[in-house]
Ligand binder design. Structure first.
Ligand SMILES: Cc1cc2nc3c(=O)[nH]c(=O)nc-3n(C[C@H](O)[C@H](O)[C@H](O)COP(=O)(O)OP(=O)(O)OC[C@H]3O[C@@H](n4cnc5c(N)ncnc54)[C@H](O)[C@@H]3O)c2cc1C
Length: 343
């Protein structure tokens, strides 16, 4: 008997899973539900969003029409509101209308939002994030408005992790002035050993002309429009046309919480990527928390989870998902870690 598999999310996790199911067989029904409307796009390419003029089109890897042609039903512009485990029904809102959809299996591939530290939350109108294609479009528009009035945009980037370093490098490559604020004494401390953090600092400052302020815990922002300031504990740095907060990611677990599934930082799954609460629900990608307490929020492991789960669900792999080898590399021109990467 065929089953209906509902996949929530059209990032690399959801799309890889759905396409792999279709590659393996055509018997079961697959529905991909997503709030996106513009197709499946490459999130890593967002980090090149300023230096590449054609990015808004080049970033789209696959249209939703191509998925439909591959026999995957797609509900685009659809916000999944609730998973009712008793009746095995999803509820989603599309074009202002609420629709139920029954399922046999659900794959939660809901990804992650940008993490906004609590002191910044009330000041959302003063900063941007770069987590999705919509964010990139907004940022690029903002940059165009700046350029209409100032020859050289000046940005504050908050956070010297992987994404903050990449965004800073890309803006600098484009010719903009960048001040990068990092709360800790060295850059990318979660992925790099100390020596490589220093090397990265050298590349950002000396080759790309970025001003890097380490050990600076940002307290908040002030100003309006294109006249913005960053408040530190003992001084205020003024004169920014734009502020970008890049302080990490927050898994989207709201649907899982509402459905009564076990969650911690992410949706808790066992070694078979199956919810520890409900064996008809799976989680993959940035939103899944593995038994080792880790979230494997990088392309290589996320893609591997999608491929593995498709096989597992069809009964073609009964061994637990294995973490593939991967490097959490920063896409900063001129930088290569010498001591390797941590995870
Ligand atoms: C700027 C940036 C640069 C990066 N660079 C790299 C890199 O160089 N290398 C690397 O390995 N990783 C990189 N990453 C991380 C990598 O992109 C992520 O690990 C990966 O994209 C996660 O994929 P995902 O499918 O789990 O989640 P996402 O891509 O977040 O997709 C989740 C999808 O779910 C949808 N969704 C969520 N909730 C609902 C709902 N209730 N209803 C409907 N739809 C919903 C969202 O709209 C979205 O389409 C980068 C990330 C960013 C933000």
């Amino acid at each position: 008997m065929s089953m209906h598999i509902a996949v929530i999310g059209s990032g690399i996790a959801g799309v890889t899973f759905a396409e792999e199911i279709r590659k393996l067989e055509r018997h079961n029904y697959v529905t991909l539900l997503t709030r996106e409307t513009g197709g499946y796009y490459s999130r890593p390419l967002l980090s090149h969003g300023f230096s590449r003029g054609d990015i808004e089109t080049k970033i789209v890897l696959k249209s939703f029409a191509a998925l439909v042609a591959n026999d995957i039903a797609v509900e685009r512009g659809a916000e999944v509101l609730r998973v009712d485990r008793q009746s095995k029904t999803l509820h989603f809102r599309k074009d202002g209308k609420d629709t139920p959809l029954s399922y046999d299996k659900v794959v939660l591939a809901t990804g992650s939002d940008a993490l906004i530290p609590p002191p910044f939350r009330a000041q959302a109108s003063l900063f941007h994030v770069l987590n999705s294609l919509d964010d990139l479009v907004k940022l690029r528009r903002h940059r165009e408005r700046i350029l209409a009035r100032h020859p050289r945009p000046r940005w504050a980037v908050i956070g010297g992790g992987l994404i903050g370093c990449e965004i800073s490098a890309d803006l600098a490559k484009t010719g903009d002035e960048v001040v990068l604020f990092h709360a800790l004494p060295r850059l990318m401390e979660r992925q790099l050993l100390e020596e490589d953090s220093h090397k990265l600092l050298g590349v950002l400052c000396d080759s790309l002309g970025i001003e890097v302020l380490l050990d600076q815990a940002v307290q908040g922002f002030s100003g309006e429009g294109m006249d913005l300031s960053v408040r530190l504990s003992d001084e205020t740095v003024q004169g920014f046309h734009g502020i970008i907060v890049a302080c990490g990611f927050r898994p989207r677990i709201e649907l899982a919480i509402e459905a009564g599934l076990e969650t911690r930082r992410g949706i808790v799954v066992n070694e078979f990527l199956t919810s520890t609460t409900d064996h008809d629900i799976y989680a993959i990608g940035d939103s899944a928390e593995l038994p080792d307490g880790k979230l494997y929020a990088y392309v290589t492991p996320v893609r591997s989870q999608g491929l593995w789960l498709a096989k597992h669900l069809l009964g073609q792999d009964d061994q637990p998902w294995q973490v593939p080898s991967f490097k959490p590399k920063a896409k900063v021109p001129g930088f290569e870690a010498e001591k390797g990467y941590l995870f």
